[in-house]
Design a protein around this ligand. Structure first.
Ligand code: PAF
Length: 286
C-alpha cells in the first residue's frame, strides 16, 4: 500500500482539509517505529476514518548533553511500517518547517507542577518542549482524536491537562505499554543497551511489578517501598535511579486511599535512560 508523505505546512493543509469533516485520528511520534507505535496506529484506526502520523525528532524536548543528535532516525523503514499499518498520511517536517523562527524565540507551553516533577525534575524544560510541539501539531493536523502510549505516563497526563486547560478540541486516548517477551517496555532507546545491559533491563519491570504486588498485598509504607525498589535496581547494575515513586495515578500527587496508584520509575542503564510504570486499581488500594 502506498503512503502519502508531506513535509510542508501548505501541503499538509491541502491534504487534510477534505478529511477534517469526517475526522482524523492522529499519532505524533519521533519515528524509529516499533510494535508500541504500531499499537497506537491500530487504536487510531478504530477511532476515525483517516489516520495521520507525524515523525519529528523535536529539538525543543532534548536538553544539553542529551541524545538529540544520536536519536535513531530511520525514515525509510518507518514509512514501510506505516504503509503496511494502513496509515493515510505521514507528516515528516524538517526543523525549519516546525519552527520557522529561532528555537530560543518560539513561544512555549508550560503545564505547572505536572511538568516539574519526576522526569521534569531531571530533564528541565523537557515537558515544555513536548507540550509545545504537540500543541503546534494539533493546530496543524486538527485531529478529532490523538493517541499516546501509557509508557510515557507523565507525558500523557501533561497532554490531557494542556488540552483541558487550553480547550483544544481533541480527545486524548492512552494505549497500554507494549512489552518484549521478558517484560521490558518497548522503546527506541532500548537500542542503546549492549547485550549484557539488555539482559538486565527487565529488572526495571520486575521491580515495578514486585512493588505493585506489595501494594495489592496491603503495604502502605510508600517511602520504604520506594527505597527498597531503588536499592534493588542499583544492586541489579542500574547506574543511577532518577526516581522510583508511588503516586496518585490521576494527578501524580501523594497517594490517597481508594484512588488508583501509579508506580513510576526512571533509571539509567549503560547509555540508556529507561522509564516505565504500572498501575494499581482503586479497589486494590483500600
Ligand atoms: O512520545 C514521543 O514520541 C514524543 O514525546 C512526542 C509526543 C511525539 C512529542 O515529540
Amino acid at each position: 500500500m502506498s503512503l502519502r508523505q508531506v513535509r510542508e505546512v501548505e501541503e499538509l493543509e491541502a491534504a487534510l482539509s477534505p478529511w477534517w469533516e469526517g475526522g482524523i485520528a492522529f499519532v505524533p511520534t519521533m519515528g524509529n517505529l516499533h510494535a508500541g507505535h504500531l499499537a497506537l496506529v491500530a487504536r487510531a484506526r478504530e477511532l476515525a476514518p483517516r489516520v495521520v502520523v507525524s515523525i519529528f525528532v523535536n529539538p525543543l524536548q532534548f536538553g544539553p548533553g542529551e541524545d538529540y543528535q544520536r536519536y535513531p532516525r530511520t525514515l525509510e523503514a518507518d514509512r514501510a511500517k506505516l504503509a503496511e499499518a494502513g496509515v493515510d498520511l505521514l507528516f515528516a517536517p524538517p526543523v525549519e518547517v516546525m519552527y520557522p523562527r529561532p528555537l530560543e524565540e518560539i513561544s512555549r507551553i508550560h503545564v505547572p507542577r505536572l511538568s516539574e516533577i519526576l522526569c521534569g525534575a531531571h530533564r528541565p524544560g523537557h515537558f515544555d518542549g513536548v507540550a509545545t510541539v504537540v500543541a503546534r501539531l494539533f493546530n496543524l493536523v486538527r485531529p478529532a482524536h490523538a493517541v499516546f502510549g501509557e509508557k510515557d505516563y507523565q507525558q500523557l497526563l501533561i497532554i490531557r491537562r494542556m488540552v483541558a486547560d487550553l480547550a483544544i478540541p481533541v480527545t486524548i486516548h492512552g494505549v497500554p505499554t507494549v512489552r518484549e517477551a521478558d517484560g521490558l517496555a518497548m522503546s527506541s532507546r532500548n537500542q542503546y543497551l549492549d547485550p549484557e545491559e539488555r539482559a538486565r533491563a527487565p529488572v526495571l519491570y520486575r521491580t515495578l511489578k514486585h512493588t505493585t504486588e506489595a501494594l495489592r498485598a496491603g503495604r502502605r509504607d510508600y517511602p520504604e517501598l520506594e527505597r527498597e525498589a531503588t536499592q534493588a535496581l542499583l544492586q541489579a547494575g542500574f547506574r543511577a535511579v532518577d526516581y522510583f515513586a508511588i503516586l496518585d495515578a490521576e494527578d501524580l500527587t501523594p497517594p490517597r486511599p481508594g484512588r488508583p496508584l501509579a508506580v513510576l520509575a526512571a533509571a539509567h542503564l549503560g547509555k540508556a535512560r529507561l522509564i516505565d510504570n504500572l498501575w494499581v486499581a482503586p479497589t486494590q488500594n483500600l
